[in-house]
Design a protein around this ligand. Structure first.
Ligand code: HEM
Length: 213
């Protein structure tokens, strides 16, 4: 097995104090900041603060936030295994907020943008980037619904962890959705895709000797 201690930051003097400080940070402000941020963006859109195309701008902001949070959630385990930085206690909040912004992204698109059930259905079937985004969203629904202690107890830890592996294909689909919808050559969606593929490679690359959590 490959020795990963040198890249893991073992013995680094800054990791232990950082983890100590992180242990003292409560999780609940993350939920408050996330909800407030979502509400603030909605308020800006409703009052002209997001430009002349507020619905499109809001859709984009919520979409970007969900992709950024997906990346943050996927980075938690590699950060712990590579650098020893422990953000595990924030992982559920990151996941819940990912789902919150994704639901908001979907609702802005469905309710404010497309508006009719037949057009929603037609878009999902006809536009590949919407089909891909929808597939990613559908995969994340069971994760959003089971991100609570009751569900972990009911399902059992092993089944819960297995179910939550859906985040890997969902993240890839989310990034592909962004690559696909971008007009012309754009570097930003490719960077997201690259980071997500990189984080998954770190996780599943047996040569690094990391567990598949
Ligand atoms: C894992 C799921 C998803 C992720 C991570 C995601 C993320 C994103 C991102 C990052 C953007 C681009 C924002 C920008 O240009 O600044 C975007 C745009 C968009 N997304 Fe999603 N999305 C997802 C699912 C969905 C779903 C389920 C729908 C609708 C069924 C959808 C519809 C759209 C639309 C219509 C746009 C704007 C396209 C345009 O500008 O022409 N997305 N999304």
């Amino acid at each position: 097995m490959t020795d990963t201690s040198s890249i893991r930051g073992d013995g680094q003097t800054w990791v232990a104090p950082l983890n100590g400080a992180l242990r003292r940070v409560p999780v609940w402000p993350l939920y408050v900041i996330g909800a407030a941020w979502g509400g603030w963006l909605f308020w800006l859109a409703a009052t002209g603060g997001l430009g002349v195309e507020p619905i499109e701008a809001l859709e984009h902001r919520y979409g970007q936030l969900s992709l950024q949070l997906l990346v943050a959630g996927l980075a938690v385990t590699p950060l712990r295994k590579l650098l020893g930085i422990n953000l595990m206690k924030f992982r559920r909040a990151i996941g819940v907020l990912t789902f919150f912004f994704l639901l908001a992204h979907f609702l802005v698109w469905a309710v404010l943008d497309v508006q009719t059930a037949s057009a929603i259905w037609a878009d999902i079937l006809k536009r590949p980037y919407v089909t891909i985004g929808m597939a990613g969203f559908l995969m994340l629904i069971p994760l959003g619904l089971t991100s609570n202690n009751w569900s972990v107890r009911k399902l059992g830890g092993a089944a819960w962890r297995k179910l939550h592996k859906l985040v890997y294909p969902a993240a890839v689909l989310g990034a592909l959705h962004f690559v696909w919808l971008a007009k012309g050559f754009q570097i930003e969606p490719l960077i997201y895709l690259g980071i997500i593929v990189g984080l998954l490679a770190i996780r599943f690359w047996p040569a690094l000797g990391f567990g598949r959590r």
